[in-house]
Design a protein. Sequence first.
Length: 391
Amino acid sequence: MQADYRDYYNRSVLAAVALALALRVIAAIVIPDESQLLMDAASYRDSANSLIETWHPRNLYQMPLYPLMIAMTGAGVGQLAADIFLSGLLVFVVHALTLEVFNDRLAAIFAAMMIACYPPLIFISVVGLSECQFIALIFTAFLLWYRGDFTWAAIAAVLAVLTRPVFDLFAPILVMLFALVVHRLSVGQALRKLGAYALIYCALMTPWWLANYNAYGQFVRLTAGGGMALYAGNNPLNKSGGGNIGEDFDLKDFQHFSDMVERDKALAKAAVDFIVQNPGRFIELAWLKFVRIWRPWPANAGYSSLGVMLVTAGSFLPVLILGAVGIVLRRRMLRTLAPIYIFVAGYTAVHMVIVGTIRYRLPLEPFLVMFAGVALGDFWRWASQRRATQL
């Protein structure tokens, strides 16, 4: 009986992955090219070409790993296949992470099925953006950290940094949280884990540092666009909390800079000056960014149709509500869940400082799906027990 149950369970996991891949292939056929609305999609392909020619992405904001993947697979079908594969892999990883954290097979199956069918994740897997790679790497790192495998987790975490620079701030904090809070290691052991992360970080980041030095003539740890990201969200022109050039910010006062690194430093200084001189406005913009991040439907005018709003809100709100129920049901697991809570809060806070958009929420939504799986699993068991008592 136990073997039959295990076989059925394993088939259910494979069915969730297969369903995810099938839905994403269908989406790739049905959804038209979105590069006119999602400018980063074309920019990533341009950076892939630039990477081949000059060993450096053309876009100042971008880290190299996603353009490198495009350069290796080729834009078009190859890139699409890689994104769909990573999105399908996320189903397996979220299942494994839910099982690892909650030790609940039913919750893990529900979470896997929801990830497989979740419309925002299906959409993002076929439009040529870096989210599939970034999210898969983050959740792989979390899974490995929960399993106590700090070495492979560090590799996944640094690869996530090489995809999107925002994770650079959180990875070392998460190393210490998992070491001290989740696995209850000593301070000395935790510091050794952090030291190992630092060594892996330097090893994997060195090729990027060399490429940056070749491009800019000086050491640049992440990108030469961090100051621009901060300025985009904190300047006198910004009224919405968004980051559209020509609408929320412009660069006319910085066009005299020929050195991109110096320009970025000047943009960062201008943003900090704006924040210091306008603290009230900074708080207002931070709230607007929070709303943009967590609103049920996109702020992008190109995705303002009723159909898009219904699909987006209709998929996100149930997950949000069920996720909140799951958090309450597992409120006693605060120590185990602390890294997730701190990452979600910190990631949101960072984007409340720079630029807010619904797209930046997507890496957090699989965590909500995990908690939603817990809520559904508990409800399923409660309903089953109730039916049994009535028979």
